[in-house]
Structure formats: C-alpha cells, structure tokens
Design a protein around this ligand. Structure first.
Ligand code: COI
Length: 370
C-alpha cells in the first residue's frame, strides 16, 4: 500500500446553501457534543491503482453507499478525534494535529487500510477550518471537535482489505462531552467483558473497539455507574482504561504528588491527552510515570489514603475526575469523592495552553492561517 504521496490537488466547491449568521449563533449557544456539524467536509478517495486522489473540499452532505460496501459488513475503519480552539487573539489553533495524524497512520496500518500522509491530514484540517472558521466557538469548555475517518468503500462481500477507501473529515462545534461537565463520575469495574486482548486491535482507534464496549457500558449504567473501567484480559486485575478514555492515578499530595498512568502494553489506546498530561505534570514539577496498577492496589491505596486522586483523560472530555468505584466485590470512594487538586490544576494548565492563554513550550498548537 502506498504510504507517501506528493501533495494532492484539492478541488474546492463551496456549499450551495449557507447557514445565516443568526442561526449559527443560535446553534453555537448550546451545541452539546457531536450533534451539530459545519457546512463543509473534506473527502479524499484511495484505490489500489491510483493511491490517494480526488481530494475535495465540498458542502457537508449525506453519503450514498452501496449496501454491499465492505465497511458495513467487516468494519474496516479508523477514526481520530482532535480539537481546534478559538484563541485569545481571535485566531484558531489546532491541538497536536501531528500527533493525531501519526496515530491515524498507525491505526490504519493495524486495520490494513492505506496510510494517509501526515501533511495531507493537516492540509485537510487547515482547509476545513479556513472555510468554516466562523463555526469555531469561543465560550469556555467549547471547541471545534474534528473527526477525520476512513473506511473500506469497495463493493463486495469477500473478506479482504478493501481495494477502495474513502477518507472524510467533518467538524462539530462542541461543548462538554459529559452533559454534567467536570462532575466526578462513578465507575464500574467490568469483570465480565474485556475491551482488548494482546495481539488484538486495542491500540488502534477503530470503531469496533467502541461497539464492543457498549454492552459493558450498559451494564455499568444498570449498576448505577456513569462509566465502565476495563482491566486486562488475561489476569483481570491490571487497570487499563475507562470507557473510551485513559486513566491517571495520583499518589500523595501537594508538591509530593506523583502521577501514574497505565503503560501502553499494546492493548491501550495511546491517548494524545494522556501523553500531553504526562508532559505537563513534569513541567509543573511533579513526578509522572507510566506503570502498572491493579484493582487491588486501587482499593487499598484509597483505603490507606496513599492514592489521593483518580481521573480519566481524553480529547473529547479533557479530564474527568473519578469519585467512586463499584465492582462485584465491593465499592469504595476516591478520597472525599470531589475533584482533586492536581486533577484540576492539570486540567487548567491544559485548557489554558489550548486556548493560547498560557505559553506553549512544546509547540503543540498549530495555528490555522485564516
Ligand atoms: C476522544 O476523547 O476523542 C474519544 O476518543 C472519545 C470519542 C470516541 C467521543
């Protein structure tokens, strides 16, 4: 499969019908998460003979798909989620698009899809944000959630890598992922189901990983919990992730607080927010490391007070404190169940950097030329 191509020529066709500014303002007043979309999208086709071709920026519109298109049957698809932020000076910056482009390539490789060159991934975002920049909200907790994705679009029921692939990029002005904002969540430790196994697709951002988690999430809800926590599939005791987010644990407090996040064993999603927080915690002078934590250590750490804070992190919901844990073998709370100091400090640091309010020492912001 070709991985690198020279720059693609983009055809640009502005949407025929535009949304009136007053209506856009109304929509942006309370966008929710992933409910409204901008007026344009990017589409790029790939096939085995021509590689990536026919790049276009065009009006947002439904797709027409043959019922035998391969993705509908065998789920050969990957996606990304990243955000563009309205800056203090009115500009627009995208947070770590290079890191997302690199992960998109790795996910594609795992799912036997062609790799989209990182320069094309970023050009697609730049073009969409340039034409739909007015849709990037400015209110606190709001941003433009960008969803690049690709899928096997060959018609046919044979089980093999699709010889035709479609890449699309859409943008969704969004507020908080969880309607309750940064309120601590209660989690259910899933012992019946596994999200990922060694050698599987756990580290790829592919829809099937999320579909496979829905039943466990429903079970968590039946137990009165907001989210499911996944443990490893072999020993069923090493903590991996929460729903579609990574987890972080804080030991100790004050200047001696230490951050620990489960190491990337191949079954976890390598979160860009996770990676950013490991760095930001170090920048703030805290010890931050990747390692292992068992459900037993989580419980005893909360009981003896050495484990002081737990939070989940991801692009969509940023940082979500975990206040309490339930499992078939008992329940416990994390400290007093309120958001922890380091949790909220890291959240503030990340959000301020993303909005251009704090310095960006690692060059994570990619400004869009408007
Ligand atoms: C993200 O944090 O971007 C995620 O992956 C969650 C998403 C599937 C809504």
């Amino acid at each position: 499969m070709s991985t690198e191509t020279s720059a693609l020529h983009f055809t640009v066709t502005a949407a025929a019908r535009r949304v009136a500014p007053e209506q856009r303002k109304r929509l942006l007043a309370d966008p929710g998460f992933g409910r409204i979309f901008t007026e344009h999208m990017v589409r790029i086709d790939w096939n085995r003979d021509r590689g990536w071709h026919d790049a276009e920026l065009r009006g947002y519109a439904p797709l027409q798909l043959d019922p035998a298109v391969t993705v509908l049957h065998y789920a050969q698809a990957v996606f990304e989620g990243l955000k563009a932020f309205r800056q203090k000076d009115g500009g627009i910056s995208v947070f770590r698009p290079q890191a997302h482009a690199a992960r998109f390539r790795r996910s594609a490789r795992r799912m036997a899809l062609p790799e989209l060159p990182e320069s094309v991934f970023i050009e697609a975002i730049d073009r969409l944000m340039t034409i739909d920049g007015e849709w990037v909200p400015s209110a606190p907790e709001q941003s433009m959630y960008l969803r690049p994705f690709m899928f096997g679009s060959e018609v046919g029921l044979g089980v093999r890598p699709s010889a035709e692939v479609t890449f699309l990029l859409i943008g969704s002005p969004s507020g908080s992922y969880f309607p309750s904002g940064v309120k601590p969540v209660t989690v259910w430790l899933s012992e019946d189901f596994s999200r990922a196994a060694p050698g599987g697709t756990g580290e790829a951002k592919t829809g099937g990983n999320y579909a496979g988690g829905l039943l466990a999430q429903a079970q968590a809800a039946e137990q009165g919990c907001d989210q499911v926590v996944w443990v490893d599939s072999q020993e069923h005791r090493w903590v991996e992730e929460m729903g579609g987010m990574n987890l972080c644990f804080v030991f100790g407090s004050g200047r001696n607080a230490r951050l620990l996040t489960p190491a990337l064993t191949g079954t976890l999603l390598p979160g860009v927010t996770r990676d950013s927080l490991l760095q930001l915690a170090k920048d703030l002078g805290y010890a931050a490391e990747e390692g292992k934590i068992s459900t037993g250590e989580w419980r005893t750490g909360c009981a003896d007070g050495s484990l002081t804070e737990v939070f989940a992190c991801g692009t969509a919901a940023v940082i979500t404190p975990v206040g309490a844990v339930k499992s078939a073998h008992g329940s416990w709370s994390v400290s007093d169940g309120k958001p922890g100091d380091l949790t909220m400090r890291l959240r503030r640091s990340l959000v301020d950097l993303q909005r251009g309010v704090a310095p960006d020492p690692h060059g994570w912001l990619h400004p869009v030329a408007l």
